[in-house]
Write a protein that binds this ligand. Structure first.
Ligand code: IPM
Ligand code: MN
Length: 398
């Protein structure tokens, strides 16, 4: 074990973010991970009171300590967000934007890794019928590499674009043909910008992971047949990188739509999947659904020297005020395990993962999602484990 005491920036965020983070830190402590935690302010509360869901002091903390463990945040469309602002801030023309997207972009956390692996015995595992009609439960082991900073999330968008933008667009023959008759104030435009450098980085990260972890294929999941420039560039670069640097790994190419259909037919054949920001978001939820849903889906956001680890689920505000939390904390705990791997604490990560696997396999302690209940405060009376009881079970099995 590493003897130097680390400081981790704990970012609970909104809603159920705090409880899953607190329970995860309890598991980390009990697993023998030595660290201190400083809390960073982020989320809705700070939007309402300060007009900034990602205050500078939080940026500072991450700059200092480099590693963040993030719970969840609430994102609302910009008009709804403006209505909830503190009255004193309302006239200032502040515009809400998601602080997790802000964090990814501010620190250039451009590599997002989202593993989706089957836990044996999870009642939520995807099942299908085989050729003979018998039920099959394919074992899934997929890791999605999502480009995390650009594409449709790049934030370059307009409604009623300024004249200079309109003129630029009008220099494209397709624009003239398809939109030339539309009045400018009726246009809404969101750009999808890919750069060679970020595209190369996510592709190389995906290939490198495949090589190190022994996956036989990397699948580029985009739509190059229609979105020729951005998806097309990504696939072409993948072909070049594969041929020159990773000839031992197969390169597959799927379209996002077809991929969403195939993932319920033959999810077990995929290994590493790499995609741009939006399609990576979509395909990672798709695979998460096959391994138990968002209660099991973890992720890492990696930059050059700063990394933030977070469950893929949201803040579930409607469950946040229950006297006893019912939320499945496994996604948060798995995200913490990704953090441990990242900081050379793989042995501790391995022990926590084995313990989670054991609890899931035994099936004695299950949160409401694992019991296929609808989330309500009374699920605990009906036999579902609370967040805390799940954490206790994992601690007992460490
Ligand atoms: C995710 C989430 C976020 C995203 C939202 C909350 C902005 O869906 O991390 O997948 O779209 O990236
Ligand atoms: Mn998502």
């Amino acid at each position: 074990m590493n003897m130097q005491k680390r400081t981790i920036v704990a970012l609970p965020g909104d809603g159920i973010g705090r409880v899953v983070l607190d329970e995860t830190i309890r598991v980390l402590d009990r697993a023998g991970f030595v660290a201190s935690y400083v809390e960073g302010d982020i989320g809705w509360e700070f939007w309402k009171s300060e007009g900034n869901p990602l205050p500078d002091r939080t940026i500072q903390l991450l700059e200092t300590h480099k590693i963040g463990l993030f719970g969840a945040i609430t994102s609302k469309p910009k008009d709804a967000a403006s209505r909830e602002l503190d009255p004193g801030l309302k006239e200032k023309g502040l515009i809400y934007s998601s602080p997790i997207v802000g964090l990814r972009q501010h620190f250039n956390l451009d590599i997002c890794i989202r593993p989706c692996r089957t836990y044996k015995g999870n009642p939520l595992n995807f099942i299908r019928r085989g050729a003979d009609g018998a039920i099959e439960e394919p074992e899934i082991d997929v890791v999605i590499f999502r480009q995390n900073t650009e594409g449709l999330y790049g934030g370059v968008e307009w409604t009623n674009p300024p004249e200079i933008v309109y003129k630029g667009l009008a220099s494209h023959p397709r624009f003239v043909k398809n939109f030339g008759n539309v009045p400018v104030e009726e246009l809404s435009i969101s750009t999808r910008i890919f750069t060679r450098s970020a595209t190369g980085r996510i592709l190389r990260a995906a290939f490198e992971h495949a090589r190190k972890q022994g996956y036989k294929s990397v699948t580029v999941c985009e739509k190059p047949n229609v979105i020729r420039e951005t998806s097309g560039m990504m696939y072409k670069m993948a072909q070049e990188i594969q041929a020159s640097e990773y000839p031992g790994i197969e390169l597959w190419n799927t379209n996002i739509d077809a991929q969403m259909m195939w993932l319920t037919k033959n999810p077990e054949i995929y290994g590493v999947i790499v995609a741009g920001n939006m399609f990576g978001d979509i395909v990672s939820d798709g695979f998460a659904g096959l391994i138990g849903g968002l209660g099991f889906a973890c992720s890492a956001n990696l930059g050059e020297d700063i990394a933030v680890f977070e469950p893929t689920h949201g803040s579930a505000p409607k469950y946040a005020d229950y006297p006893e939390s019912i939320i499945n904390p496994i996604a948060m705990m798995e995200s913490a395990c990704m953090m441990l791997d990242h900081i050379n604490e793989a042995e501790t990560a391995g022990r926590i993962r084995s313990s989670i696997a054991k609890v899931v396999l035994e099936g004695k302690v299950r949160t409401y999602d694992m019991m296929k209940m609808t989330g309500r405060a009374d699920v605990i009376q009906k036999g579902a484990a609370s967040t805390r009881q799940m954490a206790d079970a994992i601690i007992e099995n460490l």
